[in-house]
Design a protein around this ligand. Sequence first.
Ligand code: 5AD
Ligand code: SF4
Length: 462
Amino acid sequence: MTEITKEQIDAQLAACARIAAKLGSGAKAMVDTYGCQQNEADSERIRGYLQAMGCSFTGEPDEADVIVVNTCAVRAHAEQRVLGNVGALVHSKRRHPGQVICICGCMMNEPNVVAKVKGSYRHVDMTFPPQSLWRFPELLEQVLSDGKRLFDANDEDSVAEGIPVVRQGDTKAWVSVMYGCNNFCSYCIVPHVRGRERSRSPEAVLREVGELAAAGYKDITLLGQNVNSYGKDLPGNMDFATLLRKVNGVPGDFLIRFMTSHPKDASPALFDAMAQCEKVAPHLHLPVQAGSDRILKAMNRGYTAAHYLNLVEQLRARIPYVVLTSDIIVGFPGETEEEFRETLRLIEQVRYEALFTFLYSPRPGTPAAELPDPVPAAEKSRWFDELVAAQNAISAEKHAAYVGRELRVLVDGADSDGKHDLTARTAGGRLVHLTGDASAIGTYQMARITGASTWALFGELK
Ligand code: 5AD
Ligand code: SF4
């Protein structure tokens, strides 16, 4: 792991200034982001650099001098969408030949994808993987000066501080606390494309959270592929529960969220910290992936269903109203109907507020992609629909239990459903459609919950 120095980042900022002079005034950039919140956080840094290059932002490819597409490799479906949209950029490039098209993110660490872009997407000028994000200005400058296509393949894991940031919105913010993943779940491409786990220093995290709180941000999410591994690579006894307590000590009226927690590393010490820190939201996203011990083992998850259920029990003993959400993969290679039914039983036992459900998608280069997969797609799809229907019924019941309660919510925007004025989030992260005055946007308010559906709550400001 390399620490990128201040001098190295200063050199990138100097490149930004030279690019700004070259692009001239009125230059515009478009950033298109796919995938997880880590990618959203990365794109905020890309926008920071682009702003330092004098660019303003547009959502129209035709208006852009520089286009950056930040890609996701986690499922084949996401990849196909990205490639379709990158393909369509050929039209804006034709109308605007000086336009520079860059692709970055996890797909740019898959050699077969980069080869495809090289050969079949000739309008793309440059690609770089997540490990090279901090060098984006230097790479762009090279393309602008020699006019040659550039395919960067840097797999050196690093941590860089001091990259400028342009955030999306002014109430919610993402703060990466670590990068990479060491778990190698057998279906997952992430450890192959984002490198090994490395943590930012607690000082850097606290500085960033302090700046956000001072700027009035109200909802701050700490990000990492597996936040419970935080600090393992740092000196001393740093761990995620300790970091949460320190972040909780930052002055200001804001809520702290975090994701993602791996059940093999989630511990009573974490739950104690959540229960004792008043700013930590009563919400845990704890992906279970499957309810069958045989499948969990084949996924290399490192826990059993019983261990998972015990964690949930311990958490609820400390925080009775905690909101639990999870990820589930349906149709892992060789999963039987009986094993799928174990997943259904688990979700009935846990009763999550909401689930993110995925059909298994083979990722080339992962061990699971080599396994025989005899179950027909139509069968998996039936299981998937059954799981979604079961969860929808649970979500609707859980949401109905909120009706009549009065809750503190963060009003985060204007509503577009035609019936309500505002959208808001409960401390547990549930969406609330509200009637009330627009002056409440960006503030905490008390709301009376008057109705509920599978997806959301409805109410009015008090
Ligand atoms: N197929 C389907 N879903 C996947 N996920 C990760 N890899 C795959 C895959 N190959 C899901 C997991 C993870 C979430 C972010 O994406 O559920 O928790
Ligand atoms: Fe993928 Fe597993 Fe790492 Fe999550 S913990 S990113 S599912 S390997």
